[in-house]
Design a protein around this ligand. Structure first.
Ligand code: SF4
Length: 321
């Protein structure tokens, strides 16, 4: 693998729980708990897990919408959390975040052309004269028409709004796009169009993606490597083919067994997980998954399994592997 574009090293993001008159800290929600991963230039890395697994907090911590508790977030070798505000401002265009609902970040009274172009002006990356042409170019890249530039957000469908969200990110010419559940709110046919757009843009622009989703079947279509998170911890990382054909962690197996497949590529028995994801403020001792794992042994309740490489590029945290 070539040198990493993004490297997370033992990243922790904890949120304090306060109580009482003086707001004393009485505990922490361990949203991200000791995560390490690398993403190479041009790669698409998928981060999956149930709601509450901490995957969105990973994305937000990378771009410093949330401050880390400890560990490192290195982009092109620089720890983003060590940079001054001025240095961070220079790097910001290079890392763009796309959300599930781009509509909420659009001002209903601002025309789409202005909404897409404002960041370009803000960062001094274009003059007012150049702006219209650049916005029209990026609209075209995202499958929208040049006349959309003068329309207002309410005039767009869900799929078109997500294209606008992608255009807003793309106009800053980023190296890394963090897409947080970008297709979850869309119909299946529109999902396929947006995934194809992500793929096309990667081919033409050499983009790198961190694609965050609760849906393994969506991630399968786009990502070359996948990380599976549970309760703030990484449970398994492998290439897409390896993960789908040879999942090792019981949690990954359970997620995969829930994907409906008309013609299964690999025969899988359905594994139904009992109970809900535990409270991240008070995670179970030992393996965090032991309260729901059908294979849990005594050791699982006592010792945290080491996240280790079991075959080349396949890492897993489980005592039984
Ligand atoms: Fe299940 Fe134990 Fe493996 Fe955790 S360490 S996933 S509880 S078998």
């Amino acid at each position: 693998m070539s040198e990493a574009l993004l490297e997370l090293d033992r990243l922790k993001t904890y949120f304090p729980i306060t109580s009482g008159l003086f707001n004393r800290t009485v505990g922490h929600v361990r949203a991200v708990d000791d995560i390490s991963l690398t993403i190479a230039p041009g790669e698409t890395f998928g981060l999956v897990g149930e709601s509450g697994s901490g995957k969105s907090t990973v994305g937000r911590t990378i771009v410093r919408l949330t401050e880390k508790t400890s560990g490192q977030v290195k982009f092109k070798g620089n720890d983003l959390h060590d940079l001054s505000d001025q240095e961070m401002r220079k790097i910001r265009p290079k890392i763009q975040l796309i959300f599930q609902d781009p509509y909420s970040s659009l001002n209903p009274r601002v025309r789409i052309g202005d909404a897409i172009g404002e960041a370009l002006l803000d960062h001094g990356m274009a003059s007012k004269q150049e702006l219209r042409e650049k916005v029209q170019e990026v609209l075209g890249l995202c499958g929208l028409s040049s006349y959309h530039i003068d329309r207002f957000p309410h005039e767009f469908s869900g799929g078109q709004r997500q294209r606008v969200g992608i255009a807003r990110a793309l106009i800053l010419n980023p190296d890394l796009i963090i897409a947080d559940e970008p297709v979850s709110a869309l119909d299946v046919s529109i999902q396929a169009q947006i995934i194809n757009l992500f793929r096309k843009l990667q081919d033409t622009r050499g983009l790198t993606y961190l694609f965050i989703s609760h849906d393994l079947s969506v991630v399968e279509h786009l990502c070359s490597r996948i990380g599976v998170m549970y309760l703030g911890s990484m449970m398994e990382i492998a290439s897409r083919d390896e993960l789908f054909q040879n999942p090792l962690h019981p949690y990954t197996k359970a997620l995969l067994s829930a994907i409906p497949m008309p013609i299964p590529k690999v025969k899988r028995d359905r594994i139904v997980l009992k109970g809900d994801i535990p409270n991240p403020a008070n995670p179970p001792a030992g393996c965090k998954f032991h309260t729901r794992c059908p294979y849990a042994k005594d050791i699982c309740k006592q010792q945290i399994p080491t996240f280790r490489e079991v075959t080349a590029g396949h890492l897993v945290a489980c005592h039984l592997v």
